[in-house]
Ligand binder design. Structure first.
Ligand code: NAD
Ligand code: IPM
Ligand code: MG
Length: 366
């Protein structure tokens, strides 16, 4: 009997539904080619859920995610909902609670320059020619995003707002272990990113990472301050393998890594808990500036679907087939507007056309 996997599909807002449609097209092709079944259930989340149900994370959406084997997420948020109280907005009211509810502490965002596509990088040609292949290993359920106290009080010139960076030893230890394990399967280098010259939470972060490192003598550990890290990424990204980051630093540095590959629309992500349950989403957002125009790059969403096949369903051959189909599409010169250059072989491709190119190139390895 062929395997059957339940997926909760949450397209969300802005470009979310547009790029999700292409990911589903590719998954459809993959399941017929590789002989497993994906049972998809669709749910509203974020702004669209506020509009349709009065809540960014309706009970039915949460229940649907609980009943699923994995969650495929688009993106949430946009100007339409920015007037709402912070906790009622799509990001704080849906995405962060989902991450917290499922304890998705481990967020991995892989970024690499595709071979032959070095000149999409905004880096100087001699730097991008060296290429890079980095995983941002981001702690996702702690730090300043969730730390207490958090709030606003007072009035007039004395009014203040505050967030608190809190890390427990166990939170640092478990993400560090996964960072070292990831490095063992890669080039064997962990660069831990912190601000231990200023922040107490970073001092503990560095201490714990040093302790964990003793269990991984085959991995080289470097420490770097966040300000230097952002600069070194531009100077020479090829020096990095696994970048181990707190929640906030990983958020910032992963956008930088995405753009160094050429576009925000190329970076996928996986968020896992200690049971291996995963939520898969592009690292970028709902892109209100291009939403509704059919021009968004669906690659990050499609790569996120490939990561779902790899991490949640152990369908490695199918995941590889998607990654290969994307590489082929790009190296044949088919690009959406974010990557398009005047000397491209083909005219600029729409979101739908990119999805079709990728779906048409799905096949079993010969
Ligand atoms: N996971 C999520 O749901 C998520 C992630 C990040 C931001 N957001 C939300 O999205 C909204 C917009 O945020 P933002 O503008 O800061 O970040 P963004 O990532 O949505 O957009 C930043 C820039 O990257 C471009 N971009 C992003 N994805 C692209 C794609 N697939 N193809 C082509 N170009 C792409 C956008 O056009 C924009 O110019 C906000 O409400 C924010 O909170 C949501
Ligand atoms: C939308 C926002 C809450 C989210 C984050 O900060 O984690 C996003 O920027 C991301 O990178 O997934
Ligand atoms: Mg972000």
């Amino acid at each position: 009997m062929s395997a059957n996997y339940k997926v909760a599909v949450l397209p969300g807002d802005g470009i979310g539904p547009e790029v999700m449609a292409e990911a589903l097209k590719v998954l459809d092709k993959v399941q017929s080619e590789f002989g497993f079944t994906l049972e998809l259930s669709h749910f509203d989340v974020g702004g669209v859920a506020i509009d349709n149900h009065g809540s960014p994370l309706p009970a039915a959406t949460l229940a649907g995610c609980e009943a699923a084997d994995a969650v495929l997420f688009g993106s949430v948020g946009g100007p339409k909902w920015e007037h709402l109280a912070p906790n009622d907005q799509p990001e704080r009211g849906a995405l962060l609670p989902l991450r917290g509810h499922f304890k998705l502490f481990c967020n991995m965002r892989p970024a690499r320059i595709y071979e032959g596509l070095e000149d999409f990088s905004p880096l100087r040609a001699d730097i991008s020619a060296r290429g890079f292949d980095i995983v941002c290993m981001r702690e996702l359920t702690g730090g300043i995003y969730f730390g207490q106290p958090k709030g606003r009080e007072g009035e007039g010139a004395q009014e203040k707002a505050f967030d608190t960076e809190v890390y427990h030893r166990y939170e640092i230890e478990r993400i560090a272990r996964l960072g070292f394990e990831a490095a063992q399967g890669r080039r064997g280098i962990v660069t831990s990113v912190d601000k231990a010259n200023v922040l107490q939470a970073s001092i503990l972060w560095r201490e714990v990472v040093n302790e964990v490192a003793k269990d991984y003598p085959d991995v080289t550990l470097n420490h770097i301050y966040i300000d230097n890290a952002t600069m070194q990424l531009i100077k020479d990204p090829s020096q990095f393998d696994v970048m181990l980051c707190s929640n906030l630093f990983g958020d910032i540095i992963s956008d930088e890594m995405a753009m160094l590959t050429g576009s925000m629309g190329l970076l996928p992500s996986v968020s896992l808990n200690d049971q291996g349950f995963g939520l898969y989403e592009p690292a970028g957002g709902s892109a209100p500036d291009i939403a509704g125009k059919g021009i968004a790059n669906p690659v990050a969403q499609i790569l996120s679907a490939a990561l779902m096949l790899r991490y949640s369903f152990k369908e490695e051959a199918a995941a590889l087939a998607i990654e290969r189909a994307i590489s082929e599409t790009l190296s044949e010169g088919y690009f959406s507007g974010d990557l398009y250059k005047a000397d491209a072989k083909h005219p600029v491709q729409t979101t739908v056309q990119m999805g079709e190119h990728i779906a048409n190139r799905i096949r079993r390895a010969s």
